[in-house]
Write a protein that binds this ligand. Structure first.
Ligand code: 5CA
Length: 438
């Protein structure tokens, strides 16, 4: 994309309404605009990041055998009356009436709807297990929406739902999902630690939240630093193998991690000093096992091997996709701007032409840009070099390729790594090889 043509309205001033770095940077870099309290429009670069995150989530969910569906945002109040949650959910639920005076609501989550769909389509234990997910907008009329997309009223969530024949099977689905989550967060370039959690209005008795470690997080966290070093994507754990899921369960049970709400001083005291890590975290995911809570209340049964009907066991598993955009920035930025992890960045490379109008400079830039226009944001604006450097740092693409009139004569490019600040002077060919653009 050519920046001279791109719709990326950056702000020079620091927006007064934004209290935390990610919110400020998302507004300044032109990723989002607020349209009303807690509701945002996503501009091209922000939308690209949102899509990149959703795509990684999708790939890792598919890898454990979950199947994607798409349920609507609007739901019938009837469904929620069947489960008993219509009144229980309270003022966070946005309730709507249609022209026939039928009660609808903008879905805050989809347990009822997916249970109903499952119940009308799956009849036998032979069809189990089933794991369905969708990535869809949700609405919760938060009393105090704040911190930009971190606590919005309308937000984008991946929610998955598992259906199993027994507690044992459901527990396997739960840990299979946990492994998928650990892999997702690692690919997103953030470190997220699962911590035992309360279940709140979703219900159930087995639950973990995933916290991304960031100094501005809302929760205090205490954890064993073994969590820091595990690369979940290269660890040979196979989500299809029960014994590997048992290994994960043991690992979670034996590596202390808790938010301040659940922190247990006695267990913490047993950890040697050098293993203890304290910090703050942002909740980016939450998983629940709640047994037959919804299948019972909504009267959903399937027939068992012995012919007798039973209520399938369920779990639900959420990831805050839009919140993650903010959380990633909280975990990865500096005073100059955003530092995007490679897999989520809107573009891999910002190409800075330091002297538009200089024939040699323009030519080399065009040659570079033509290699992969989808991966390159080409700053071809007639701005001063300083402005381009600042904007590139603000927007946070993993690499900056800097071409000036002097270097252009010898086909030399300067590469700057946004995260480390490292600078390399390379020939054109070496630079494009280094960036994998060839
Ligand atoms: N039904 C379950 C699992 S699918 C559920 O709704 N869980 S949740 O309430 O914990 O939400 C899942 C994730 O959505 C949270 O971990 C958080 O990352 C994100 N989330 C929740 N509320 C908001 C909000 N107001 N703004 C942005 N993200 C949110």
């Amino acid at each position: 994309m050519r920046l001279s043509q791109a719709y990326q309205p950056t702000l020079k001033e620091v927006p007064a309404e934004a209290q935390i770095a990610s919110h400020r940077l998302m507004l300044r870099a032109g990723l989002i605009r607020q349209t009303s309290a807690g509701i945002y429009a996503w501009l091209p670069a922000g939308l690209q990041v949102l899509r990149n995150i959703a795509q990684i989530v999708r790939e890792e969910q598919n890898a454990i055998g979950a199947e994607e569906i798409l349920m609507p945002t609007l739901q019938s109040a009837e469904l929620w009356k069947r489960s008993g949650r219509y009144d229980a959910y309270g003022p966070e639920m946005l309730r709507i009436q249609d022209r026939h005076k039928r009660e609808l609501l903008y879905g805050p989550t989809n347990e009822e709807m997916v249970t109903d769909i499952f119940g009308t389509t799956v009849k036998s234990y032979r069809e189990l297990p089933k794991m369905l997910y969708h990535i869809q907008w949700k609405f919760r009329d938060e009393i105090r929406p704040r911190f930009g997309v971190m606590r919005g009223r309308e937000f984008y969530m991946k929610d998955a739902y598992s259906f199993d024949a027994s507690y044992e099977d459901a527990e396997k689905s739960y840990y299979r999902m946990m492994l998928s989550y650990l892999r997702i967060f690692r690919r997103l370039g953030v470190q997220a630690v699962p911590m035992a959690a309360d279940t709140g209005p979703i219900g159930g008795n087995l639950s973990h939240e995933f916290l991304v470690l960031a100094p501005t997080g809302e929760s205090g966290v205490f954890y064993n630093n073994d969590w820091d070093s595990i690369d979940w994507n290269s660890l040979p754990l196979d989500p299809k193998k029960d014994e590997d899921l048992d290994k994960l369960k043991d690992l979670v049970a034996n590596s202390y991690a808790a938010t301040d709400e659940k922190h247990d001083e006695a267990s913490w005291a047993k950890l040697p000093d050098e293993k203890r890590r304290e910090g703050r975290g942002i909740e980016v995911g939450h998983i629940f096992y709640f047994g037959t809570k919804y299948t019972e209340s909504m009267g959903v049964e399937v027939s068992g091997a012995d012919g007798a009907a039973f209520h399938p066991h369920m779990g639900s598993y959420g990831i805050g996709v839009s919140r993650l955009v903010g959380a990633i920035i909280e975990a990865s930025h500096d005073d100059a701007g955003i530092i995007w992890p490679e897999e989520v960045a809107p573009y891999k490379v910002a190409l800075l032409n330091l002297r538009p109008g200089d024939e040699v400079c323009d030519q080399l830039c065009e040659e570079f840009y033509a290699l992969k226009p989808d991966a390159i944001l080409y700053d071809d604006r007639s701005e001063r070099a300083g402005v381009k450097f600042n904007d590139a740092d603000l927007m946070g693409h993993p690499w900056q390729a800097i071409i000036g009139p002097r270097g252009a004569k010898t086909r030399t490019i300067e590469l700057k790594n946004r995260a480390s600040g490292e600078r390399l002077e390379l020939t054109f060919d070496d630079a494009i090889a280094k960036l994998g653009l060839k």
